[in-house]
Write a protein that binds this ligand. Structure first.
Ligand SMILES: [Fe+2]
Length: 209
């Protein structure tokens, strides 16, 4: 065979290229989410949640109804802090299925916050960007996602969330969220590297199948 063709036959996108160079605003993750069991565990610690970023000020407006708890972080209630020593919190002890799910797909050896994120009925998150440098990084998993809830990029449109779907997203792009239902919305956000191969599998499934 033509040696050049032979060499390019072996070429596949790497996890690093997909994350840093693909230019995607989001990518659906090819993982299985036990959202019914995770929702049951989250319901048991729901009353420990704290308001999250309710002091953010966007043109005089504030986020409404955004609540959180850390399974992994500086503490269970340090939901905004990405400083300090990050460890599993007592919330993780109370949520064993959720913790096992995370450890199945993410490398939690050295990682940042892993949180439950609730959005109240009628709640919203004002448009914002979380960082400057573009790349896919934050993983956002819909556990209970009622109809009429949206997470939307101003320049790229709405992420097609539904309960049980997970995405790695680029939060350097402006985005907002709104819950126009009468139920609480529950997502998780994971600041950790996916285990090797998951990004490539997810990317190839999105584009080639
Ligand atoms: Fe954000």
């Amino acid at each position: 065979m033509n040696p050049l063709i032979q060499s390019v036959l072996q070429y596949r996108p790497t996890d690093t290229w997909i994350q840093a160079q693909s230019g995607l605003a989001w990518l659906a993750l090819d993982i299985d989410v036990p959202c019914t069991q995770i929702a049951q565990e989250a319901a048991q610690i729901f009353d420990q949640r704290v308001e999250h970023r309710d002091q953010d000020n966007v043109l005089g407006y504030h986020n409404q109804g955004w609540h959180s708890l850390c399974l992994h972080g500086e503490s269970a209630t340090a939901t905004s802090s990405d400083q300090g020593t990050m460890t599993w919190t007592p919330i993780a002890d109370k949520c064993p299925v959720t913790t096992e799910f995370i450890q199945t797909y993410w490398d939690t050896g050295v990682c940042g916050r892993i949180r439950f994120m609730w959005l109240a009925p009628g709640g919203y998150i004002m448009p914002h960007q979380d960082r400057k440098d573009p790349q896919l990084f934050e993983c956002n998993i819909a556990i209970e996602h009622p109809a009429n809830c949206k997470v939307q990029f101003l320049d790229y449109g709405q992420i097609p969330f539904e309960s049980g779907r997970a995405f790695i997203i680029d939060t350097s792009h402006r985005h907002f969220a709104i819950n126009q239902s009468d139920s609480w919305r529950l997502h998780m956000i994971v600041h950790a590297d996916l285990k090797p191969g998951i990004l490539r599998r997810s990317y190839e499934k999105s584009f080639y199948s």
